[in-house]
Design a protein around this ligand. Structure first.
Ligand SMILES: *Cc1c(COP(=O)(O)O)cnc(C)c1O
Length: 236
C-alpha cells in the first residue's frame, strides 16, 4: 500500500490497539499474551485485510458468511484464521465448518445440530462460543442464561464441533465503564458453570470487548476481543 493510501493508518492503529491490550493485561496482572485480538474486517475489502496481515494480524472477524467467503477466496495465499462473529441462519450452517476456525454466536440447539451434521469427520473441530444474552434483549441474538447449560451438555457429546467458550455482545453504553458489570457477569457465569462441573475445555474463552470498551473487557477477563473500527476506521 502506498504511503498516504486508504490503508496507511491500519498498521499504526493495530499497533496502538495491541499496546492498549498489553497495558490492560499488565494493569490486572495477566500475561500480555493472554488476549487474542480478532480484527473485525466486516465491510472492508481484501486489501485492508492484506495490509493488516502485513502488520502481523492473523485473526479476522466477519459477520456475514457470504461476504467472508469472498474475502477468503481473495486472500487464500495468506495464513489467516477466520472468525464468524455474527448471528447465523440455520440454512447457512453448512457453509461454516471448514471455512471458519471459530463461530462466536452459537445461540440455539438447532444450530448446534446443523453445525455438527455439516462438519467433516476427522477434521480440526470447529470451535464454538455460546453467545449469552445476559440483558434479555429481545432484539439481539444470544441464548438466555437458562438455555446455556443444555447447549453445553449437548455440545459435550458432539464429535466434530466443540464449544470452547462464551461470547457477549452487551447493551451499548456511551460510557464504557457502564459496560463493565456485563463483562463481569459473563466471567461470573463462566465461574459458576465451572463450579457446577461443566468441563473446563468448554469454558476456556471469553469473547468480549469491542473498539469502544475492549480494555475494560480485558480487565474483566476477556481472552478474545473483537475490534473493528479502532483498527480499520469508521465503517462506510
Ligand atoms: C462489528 C462487530 C464488532 C466490532 O465492532 P467495532 O465497534 O467496530 O469494534 C465486534 N463484535 C461483533 C459481534 C460485531 O458485529
Amino acid at each position: 500500500m502506498t504511503p498516504g493510501g486508504p490503508h496507511a493508518r491500519i498498521a499504526e492503529r493495530l499497533a496502538a490497539v495491541r499496546q492498549r491490550i498489553a497495558e490492560a493485561c499488565l494493569r490486572t496482572g495477566r500475561p500480555p499474551g493472554a488476549v487474542r485480538l480478532v480484527a473485525v474486517s466486516k465491510t472492508w475489502g481484501a486489501d485492508a485485510i492484506r495490509t493488516a496481515c502485513a502488520a502481523g494480524q492473523i485473526d479476522f472477524g466477519e459477520n456475514r458468511v457470504q461476504e467472508a467467503l469472498g474475502k477468503q477466496a481473495e486472500t487464500a495465499d495468506l495464513p489467516l484464521r477466520w472468525h464468524l462473529i455474527g448471528p447465523l441462519q440455520s440454512n447457512k450452517a453448512r457453509k461454516v465448518p471448514g471455512a471458519f476456525d471459530c463461530f462466536h454466536a452459537l445461540d440455539r440447539l438447532e444450530l448446534l445440530e446443523r453445525l455438527e451434521a455439516a462438519a467433516p469427520v476427522g477434521g480440526v473441530p470447529l470451535s464454538l462460543f455460546v453467545q449469552v444474552d445476559l440483558a434479555g434483549e429481545a432484539t439481539k441474538s444470544g441464548a438466555r442464561v437458562g438455555d446455556v447449560r443444555p447447549l453445553l451438555a449437548r455440545a459435550a457429546t458432539c464429535q466434530r464441533v466443540q464449544v470452547t467458550g462464551l461470547m457477549l455482545l452487551p447493551p451499548y453504553e456511551p460510557d464504557p465503564e457502564h459496560v463493565r458489570p456485563w463483562f463481569a457477569r459473563l466471567r461470573e457465569l463462566r465461574d459458576t458453570l465451572l463450579a457446577e462441573g461443566v468441563p473446563p475445555a468448554q469454558l476456556q474463552e471469553l469473547s468480549m470487548g469491542m473498539s469502544h470498551d475492549f480494555e475494560i473487557a480485558v480487565q474483566e477477563g476477556a481472552t478474545m476481543v473483537r475490534v473493528g473500527s479502532a483498527i480499520f476506521g469508521s465503517r462506510p
